[in-house]
Design a protein around this ligand. Structure first.
Ligand SMILES: Nc1ncnc2c1ncn2[C@@H]1O[C@H](COP(=O)(O)OP(=O)(O)OP(=O)(O)O)[C@@H](O)[C@H]1O
Length: 603
């Protein structure tokens, strides 16, 4: 999963990308910037003419006033337009950065890259959280301020050379540029040192979200976390920002910079004063030269503009890193799996797997066979690797060793797009989309428009039918209390919805159904109803059922017990009970309270 190394200079990268992101807007902005610079050039010339008028050259008054008016018009009239263009360009850059990040994060066929801390960091940074909520559009605004500043500094240098002497801008310009460069280096060092380790700001963002989003609202109140959250957020935020703002300049260099600038100015003012006193420099030229000399500061350190530019543009190389994420094998290079598989079996052959960064394998040369059209329940302790099997089957991770064979075809050698359409999976941590019910179910086959009849059939099989009738807008109710006429569901209702989504996918051609703890949140009746429909649901398809409930497990044709990364027992419910191994013991433990209750009832 190679990611190109990111360039630390986001500002340059931003400048290079601007014409590609929004060519016309960039062009307009640069024309406006030139207008602004022209205004800055005209101002000292106007002052010169006006001084000339005051000292007797009467005709100069008109030219002076005209130049002054032109300078004001360029500044006053163009400024709001420039702000508008800058804002629109900034929005375009934000959109392009977000799009690049989204595309890059979604590109790899698996999800292992999301477990890679480097990629996770780059994603955080590209989201512009890492560097203190400075979105890239602020870098565009800083750039739009910095470019005219620098150009007007160059223009001032030319004027100083013309009005004073050719060497003056060289001496003073060099002093400003050198001192500015020292500070720029400090800023860049600070941004690149801290943008990579943004733990404090990430922590602050997490605490903020805990406080303001519904997900944790219940527990935050129950545990009385209010003060803890506010104090924690404030501490992390300021710690992060202080770190980020720490652009300390070396004291020796700071003194040298002040001395250098003092010498530079003295070297210019001295001769100007001397020449003016000696009558060798006209008052007009003196006025222009002095104004231009003051204007040269624009070549030096630009404080917050530079800081914002480097901080806010840090998201640009990060987005490039994420945007450049690739798959090990480009998807188009892989052949497509034959349609309608499996017809014979799904086979895990000596499959080993450990999560990125983990040392302990979850699966260790696991062998497992599931005949097509039948159902298999997988049982095992918490953390045994049951859900991991589902993730590997969906190609979300690749095995480190061994093969997953679909009718003899190794999944690793095929384009997964078609295979994933064959899969309908309800993960244990399925997503609760805050979208209309219709979409929540329709996501099972997103490429076809949702038809009412299919929606109803899937909802009936999943046990959701009837719940929609109680919702404010029926099938079109957004499933979140945060929307007008929206509603939230109970845990069990969400589970029925997720099941309906998977069964909707089955009705659209998915031939393998994977249910990870499908009854964990169902009430007794709903669970019973599901069992009653189990045969109808799994008819003609291949089913994998992960469950801790033996009443669910025993519905399956075969059962596999997972232990130490391998299958330790395999067979029908009756066979495994007869074998009197671990399965039989677990079954007895779970059914004991019921057996006792029944016994008491009969007594
Ligand atoms: N994304 C991940 N990154 C690192 N480790 C993970 C990840 N997901 C799961 N694990 C680890 O892999 C092991 C197997 O997890 P898995 O979810 O497959 O277990 P399980 O058998 O489904 O457990 P349960 O019965 O609790 O649902 C666990 O030790 C877990 O901590």
């Amino acid at each position: 999963m190679p990611a190109t190394t990111s360039s630390p200079n986001g500002a340059l990268l931003l400048l290079r990308q601007l014409p590609r992101i929004a060519g016309t807007l960039t062009f307009v902005l640069f024309v406006l910037i030139l207008g602004q610079v022209l205004g800055a050039v005209l101002l000292p010339l106007a002052a010169g003419r006006l001084v000339a008028a005051l000292t007797g050259v009467e005709a100069a008054i008109f030219a002076g006033l005209a130049l002054l008016a032109a300078s004001l018009v360029l500044d006053v009239v163009l400024d709001p337009i420039r702000s508008m263009v800058t804002a629109r360009l900034g929005t375009a850059v934000d959109a392009a950065t977000a799009q690049r990040t989204i595309e890059g994060a979604l590109r790899p066929r698996g999800i292992a890259h999301l477990d890679d801390p480097k990629v996770a960091d780059a994603i955080e940074q590209a989201r512009a959280i890492g560097v203190g909520s400075f979105p890239p559009r602020e870098a565009v605004a800083a750039l739009a301020g910095l470019i005219p500043l620098r150009l007007s500094g160059i223009a001032a240098a030319v004027l100083l050379g013309w009005a004073g002497a050719w060497w003056m801008p060289l001496v003073l310009g060099a002093a400003w540029m050198l001192t500015g460069h020292w500070q720029e280096l400090e800023i860049r060092r600070s941004v690149s040192a801290h943008s990579g380790e943004v733990a404090q700001l990430r922590q602050a963002a997490y605490l903020r979200d805990l406080a303001i989003t519904p997900a944790a609202a219940k527990e935050v109140r129950l545990f009385g976390l209010h003060s803890w959250l506010v104090a924690g957020f404030t501490r992390s935020w300021w710690a992060g920002m202080t770190e980020l703002r720490r652009t300390s300049i070396n004291k020796g260099k700071h003194s040298a910079a002040i001395l250098l600038l003092l010498i530079g100015h003295a070297a210019v003012i001295g001769p100007l004063a001397f020449w003016a006193a000696a009558g060798e420099l006209s008052p007009e030229r003196l006025a222009v030269a002095l104004q231009a000399m003051l204007g040269l500061f624009a070549l030096g350190f630009a404080g917050d503009l530079q800081w914002t530019l480097h901080t806010a543009s840090a998201a640009i190389p990060a987005a490039r890193t994420v945007g450049a994420l690739t798959d090990d094998i480009p998807a188009p290079a892989l052949p497509r799996l034959v349609e309608g598989l499996p017809r014979q079996e799904i086979r895990f052959e000596r499959v080993s797997f450990r999560y990125p960064g983990d040392t302990r394998p979850v699966l260790d040369e696991l062998d497992l066979v599931l005949p097509a059209g039948s159902s298999l329940a997988i049982v095992g302790d918490n953390g045994a690797g049951k859900s991991t099997i589902a993730k590997l089957l969906a190609g979300l991770y690749r095995p480190d060793g061994g093969r997953i064979l679909i009718d003899g075809h190794d999944l690793a050698e095929y384009d997964l797009t078609d295979w994933r359409r064959r899969l309908a999976v309800v993960f244990q941590d399925f997503v609760r989309y805050p979208l209309p019910v219709r979409d929540n179910i329709g996501f099972g086959a997103v490429e076809t428009p949702v038809r009412e009849a299919e929606l109803i059939t899937a909802a009936r099989l999943g046990g959701f039918l009837g719940i929609e009738a109680e919702l404010p807008k029926g099938w079109d109710t957004p499933l979140s209390g945060e929307f007008a006429e929206g509603a939230d569901l109970s845990g069990g209702q969400w589970q029925r919805l997720a099941l309906s989504r998977a069964l909707y996918a089955v009705r659209h051609g998915a031939g393998v159904l994977v249910l990870d703890e499908p009854t964990a949140q169902l009430d007794v009746r709903a669970e019973h109803d599901l069992y009653a429909r189990f045969l109808e649901i799994t008819q003609d398809i291949t089913t994998i059922l992960v469950s801790h409930r033996f009443a669910t497990v025993r519905l399956a044709d075969r059962i596999a017990v997972l232990r130490d990364g391998r299958v330790s027992e395999y067979g029908t419910h009756a066979e495994l009970l007869a074998a009197d191994g671990r399965y039989a013991r677990m079954f007895r433990v779970q059914s004991a309270p019921f057996a006792a209750a029944e016994g008491n009832g009969h007594a």
